[in-house]
Design a protein around this ligand. Structure first.
Ligand code: NDP
Length: 321
């Protein structure tokens, strides 16, 4: 048994791991088998993380955080959590490989998952022209015409990035104004390769083996048009990843895990939550990192209040079991 298991390896999870490891809690970080490092692994340059005057590539930032956590004694497992039992004094975390890990405290920092349009053929053509990750798939679309769906910062960032490869990038947005920040809007508006299609929804995705186009529905007059495309990047936000804790942890009206005030305490003692999974509003790498700090300090405080026999039990056994 461990003192602490951290589920998630984005800025929240790794920052919690750095703090907890420095506090000698020897945390186990469950980092996911595929999506370890969180959303920043899929971004390019991060220009707004303090301390990096010239910016830093998202994957580099995450690798640095991981190494920093390991340097202080965090252990990282690359597997997916398949179930959690969070009630009671000893928490259980089951992994895809069947291993069951126990701990006295859990920090839940699973982030959020990309939203889908929810239309026919979106899943079938995923990886065949439909993508949620410009940095992963952008290079497949050299000299092609492609589109990005969405009106937020993600859509602007993806569209701007994709102009490195594509000849033309349409931004398809369901309203007539964008939600994205002024700076990111301006960058996209000023890019000659980007054309905005406002008041349009993607109603169909066409293509047998590969995407060949989309059917657009005009949200004002209801008319339908077809647009020939080789790729469709979906950047319409994300939803908190809470499916494993439904029925165990209370959620907010936004679907995020409910925490007590500015703390990371959930409705279950010994269970803390941090990062995008508790944050419907800010969702920045820096705020997630700060949230991970809060969770580590809360967990540390909680563990310090537990009976010595329990802590001894958690620290006496080999940490890999
Ligand atoms: P947002 O929730 O901010 O925006 C989602 C966009 O997708 C909105 O324009 C929304 O439309 C649209 N949308 C949602 N659902 C659908 C749907 N079913 N069909 C069509 N369109 C849809 O998400 P983002 O991922 O853009 O940003 C999330 C957070 O991350 C924000 O806080 C953002 O600032 C931050 N971020 C910051 C970056 C940076 O600073 N470098 C980069 C990327 C993200 P509508 O406007 O009509 O609701």
């Amino acid at each position: 048994m461990r003192q602490l298991i951290i589920i998630g390896s984005g800025p929240a999870g790794y920052t919690a791991a750095i703090y907890a490891a420095r506090a000698n809690l020897a945390p186990l970080v469950i980092a996911s088998s595929v999506e370890f490092g969180g959303e920043l692994m899929k971004t390019t340059e991060v220009e707004n993380y303090p301390g990096f005057v010239d910016g830093i590539m998202g994957p580099d930032l995450m690798m640095n955080m991981q190494k920093q956590a390991e340097r202080f004694g965090a252990e990282i497992v690359y597997d997916d959590v398949t179930s959690v039992e969070l009630a009671g004094e000893v928490k259980k975390v089951t992994l895809g490989n069947g291993d069951v890990h126990e701990a006295l405290a859990i920090i839940y920092a699973t982030g959020s998952a990309y939203r889908k349009l929810g239309i026919d053929d979106e899943t079938r053509l995923s990886g065949y022209g439909v993508s949620w990750c410009a940095t992963c798939d952008g290079a497949f679309f050299r000299q092609k015409e492609i589109a990005v769906v969405g009106g937020g910062d993600s859509a602007m960032e993806e569209a701007t990035f994709l102009t490195r490869f594509a000849d033309k990038v349409y931004v398809i947005h369901r309203k007539d104004s964008l939600r994205a920040s002024k700076a990111m809007q301006d960058r996209a508006f000023n890019d000659p390769k980007i054309e905005f299609l406002f008041n349009k929804e993607v109603a169909h995705i066409y293509g047998d083996q590969l995407v060949t186009g989309v059917g657009l529905l005009d949200t004002v007059d209801g008319s339908e048009t077809t647009l020939d495309l080789s790729g469709l990047f979906i950047a319409i936000g994300a939803d908190p990843r809470t499916h494993l804790v439904h029925g165990q942890l209370d959620l907010t009206e936004f679907g995020t895990i409910a925490v007590d005030g500015r703390s990371s305490r959930t409705n279950l003692t010994g269970v803390f939550a941090a990062g995008d999974v508790i944050d419907p509003t800010y969702r920045q790498a820096v705020t997630a990192a700060g949230s991970g700090t809060v969770a580590a300090l809360d967990a540390e405080h909680y563990l310090a209040g537990l009976p010595k026999e329990l802590i001894d039990k958690a620290t006496a056994q080999p940490v890999s079991a």
